[in-house]
Ligand binder design. Structure first.
Ligand code: COA
Length: 135
């Protein structure tokens, strides 16, 4: 049975291990504990999925709760994927801020996932990378 929890406290090592076990770790700074700790500490809306004591999924967001929720990371343990956990993590995130739209950047492996569960593509998404100059 999978249970869902809103908020912390969350253990940094457990979360980092989950990122690796989901493959999202390939695209997140999992070897930099300071950054991972900051990512966890400053996220103000986090939903986790548990199978008993095992952390199996996470949705990590930054939300103002009334206009927009930025879903920064969604990860489900490989062994637990395709069981509806990702969908439920997003549903639980939305229940916390029902009036807010959810915005995200899809990882390459998940580009077909979001339209499948109801997201629509936005044609004017823009990213300013930390190394880019503002002109
Ligand atoms: C993407 C991810 C979060 C999806 O979570 P999940 O729990 O496996 O997905 P769900 O079980 O909720 O899937 C819901 C539906 O989408 C489908 N689906 C799941 N992953 C998919 C994918 N990568 N591409 C297309 N469809 C997908 C499922 O088959 C299911 O369809 P159904 O309702 O017809 O059965 C998970 O696969 C993951 O952690 N991937 C690696 C990390 C990653 O890329 N995260 C996204 C960062 S933006």
């Amino acid at each position: 049975m999978i249970t869902y929890r809103v908020g912390g406290p969350l253990d940094l090592d457990e979360v980092t291990e989950l990122y690796r076990a989901s493959t999202l770790g390939e695209r997140r700074p999992v070897d930099e504990a300071v950054r991972m700790e900051a990512m966890l500490r400053h996220a103000n809306l986090t939903v986790t999925a548990w199978e008993g004591p095992l952390l199996v999924g996470i949705a990590r967001s930054l939300s103002d709760f009334l206009y927009v929720t930025y879903l920064a990371d969604l990860a489900v343990r490989l062994s637990h994927q395709r069981q509806g956990i990702g969908r439920e993590l997003i549903a639980a995130t939305r229940r916390e801020a029902p009036q807010a739209m959810i915005v995200l950047l899809a990882a390459p492996k998940a580009v077909d996932y979001y339209p499948r569960i109801g997201f629509s593509r936005h044609d004017s998404a823009w990213v300013l990378r930390p190394e880019a100059n503002i002109r």
